[in-house]
Structure formats: structure tokens, C-alpha cells
Design a protein around this ligand. Structure first.
Ligand SMILES: Nc1nc2c(c(=O)[nH]1)N[C@H]1C(S)=C(S)[C@@H](COP(=O)(O)O)O[C@H]1N2
Ligand SMILES: [Mo]
Length: 300
């Protein structure tokens, strides 16, 4: 696996140098601090693969509340009001409550993490997220010993999500086992490319679980609950044969309707070609031990 502690998106993308120049010229303190934080907390979890461009990441999306097409979210998610925003945190925690976004964002240091992102549909990108470890949030609210899973819900606001229809059982729901939620790779992402999260990518705050298929990375979160039993999740609820609770990226377990052995990396012109899919999306070193003794063909 390829990791580098020191490489930032600003070192490898043209957009980054443009943004840095602009900050220097404007002396923009707020924007500069967004970028300064990730440097201070570089932790070595980022890939050195070339990130997709901002344009690719924000124009090829899955956000079914805003339509089924890949360009629908870019067109329609602008309708979403993301401020004010709060998250209801409850269940088996010591400090339940409705937390303002600002308070949630202060629960952990904002880092930059350049992660591979692999959709169950067999396309992939490399995305420079900004966010904080979910573990910090869980530590702050005090997880009780009876909690074994974390359940998440997306906002459901039909007046602003005109394309949602009855395609899925809204609100969009996801979940993780507690050890998965506590894994240092698991991020509450609040931005990308050093900018606030674009609406189509799940503003203002979404989950990013890089060793699992993209649909686990639930967007625009309004509710987090610590629970004892495996929570209901939208895609398993919709088709349990095709979408499991775990949904770890696994080239050896095919989707009933297509192979998962390889993937198409979005963008890259000439290099927009298929590449082998890696077990746990290449994050096995960090996550494989959590599944020791589990049959991942059954717990898919
Ligand atoms: N609320 C919500 N979250 C969601 C989805 C969705 O339709 N609704 N799509 C999922 C899927 S299938 C993928 S691949 C990723 C896509 O994230 P991106 O658009 O930022 O690349 O978001 C996931 N989170
Ligand atoms: Mo996906």
C-alpha cells in the first residue's frame, strides 16, 4: 500500500496552487485556517494517488434525494438549506442532545484525508476530504457500554428534495458497528479541497468510510444514535440480497448483477481505465483485524 505523511492535495493538483495563490493575494484568514489545520494534524492516512478534480468530485454524484442521474445532484442539491443545521445525538450515550453544527464541528480537529472512494457500482475516485474522526465525537458524547452499533440518518425534507419520490424508504439510513465507527479512518467530513462540503456531496456534514462501498458514507446527517442491535439500513432494507450491512469493498464477493473484481477510476483522460479492486479498498492494514473470524462472504 502507498501512504505518505507529507503529501497534500495542494502539492499535487493545479486547483490547489490556484487556491493558495488566491489566499496569499487576499490574505484570507478564514480560508487559510481551514487549510492550516490539516497540515497540523497530518496523520499518515492519506493515499498518494492523484486526487480527482473538484469538478469531477462535484459533478458525478449519487444523492438519490436529488435524482437518480449522476449529474442530478449537482443540478438539484442547491435547493437544500444547510444553515441552520443541527444533529440529534441520542440513544445509549451519556450526553444526548440536539447539537448545533458548530458544536459538532468542534468535537475533533479538522484534518485532511485523501481517501480512495469506491462505489458499489464499480466506479471510484480519490477525494481530498476535510473532516474529523467520528471517534472524537463518540468520545465527547460518552458511549455507554451497552452500545454496539451507531445508526445515522440523512435529513428528509421533501420540499427541498423534489426528486426523492418513493424510490427508497426515506430518510436515508446507514449504520456501523461500534468498532468500525471508532476506527481512526472513519471520518465525519465537513468539506473537500479545503472548501465547505458542496451540497451534492452531502453538506454540511457526512460520513466517509473508505474501506466500504460508497453507499455506507451517508450524506447530510441530522441524527446519530447509539444502539444495541444492528440498525436498519436503507439499501439492505431495499434489497438485502444485493446490499449487506457490512458492505466492505471486496473483490472476491461479486454483486449478484456484476463483478466487483475491478473498478473504473473516474476522470484521468487516457488513464480512465479499469483497475483491480483492492480488498477493503486498500485499507486492510487498518481494518482487517476487525473482521477476524467473520465469514465475509456471509457478512457481505
Ligand atoms: N443521503 C444519501 N447519502 C448517500 C447517497 C444517497 O443517495 N443519499 N448515496 C450514497 C452512494 S451510493 C455513494 S457512491 C456516495 C456518493 O458520494 P459522492 O457523491 O460524494 O461521491 O454517497 C452515498 N451517500
Ligand atoms: Mo454508491
Amino acid at each position: 500500500m502507498r501512504y505518505r505523511n507529507d503529501l497534500k492535495w495542494s502539492d499535487v493538483t493545479p486547483e490547489a496552487s490556484w487556491l493558495n495563490r488566491r489566499q496569499l493575494m487576499a490574505g484570507g484568514a478564514a480560508a487559510a485556517s481551514l487549510l492550516a489545520a490539516p497540515r497540523a494534524f497530518a496523520a499518515g492516512y492519506s493515499t498518494d494517488e492523484t486526487p480527482n478534480t473538484f469538478e469531477e468530485i462535484t459533478n458525478y454524484n449519487n444523492y438519490y434525494e436529488f435524482g437518480l442521474g449522476k449529474t442530478d445532484p449537482a443540478q438539484n442539491a442547491g435547493a437544500l438549506t444547510t444553515s441552520p443545521w443541527s444533529i440529534e445525538i441520542g440513544g445509549l450515550v451519556d450526553r444526548p442532545g440536539t447539537y448545533d453544527l458548530a458544536d459538532v464541528m468542534a468535537m475533533g480537529p479538522i484534518e485532511e484525508r485523501i481517501y480512495r472512494f469506491r462505489c458499489v457500482e464499480a466506479w471510484s475516485m480519490v477525494i481530498p476530504w476535510n473532516g474529523f474522526q467520528l471517534s472524537h465525537l463518540l468520545d465527547k458524547v460518552g458511549v455507554q457500554s451497552s452500545a454496539r452499533y451507531v445508526a445515522f440518518e440523512t435529513l428528509y425534507r421533501p420540499s427541498e428534495m423534489r426528486q426523492a419520490g418513493n424510490l427508497l424508504n426515506w430518510p436515508y439510513r446507514e449504520g456501523l458497528r461500534l468498532d468500525e465507527a471508532m476506527n481512526p479512518l472513519t471520518l465525519m467530513a465537513t468539506g473537500l479541497y479545503g472548501k465547505p462540503m458542496p451540497n451534492q456531496n452531502g453538506a454540511p456534514i457526512r460520513l466517509v468510510v473508505p474501506w466500504k462501498y460508497g453507499f455506507k458514507s451517508i450524506k447530510s446527517i441530522v441524527k446519530i444514535s447509539l444502539v444495541a442491535d444492528e440498525p436498519l439500513t436503507t439499501w439492505k432494507n431495499s434489497n438485502a440480497r444485493e446490499y449487506g450491512f457490512y458492505s466492505n469493498v471486496n473483490p472476491n464477493v461479486n454483486h449478484p448483477r456484476w463483478s466487483q473484481a475491478s473498478e473504473r477510476r473516474i476522470g484521468g483522460g487516457l488513464f480512465n481505465s479499469r483497475q483491480d479492486t483492492l480488498m477493503f479498498n486498500g485499507y486492510g492494514e487498518q481494518v482487517a483485524q476487525m473482521y477476524t473470524g467473520q465469514d465475509l462472504t456471509k457478512d457481505f
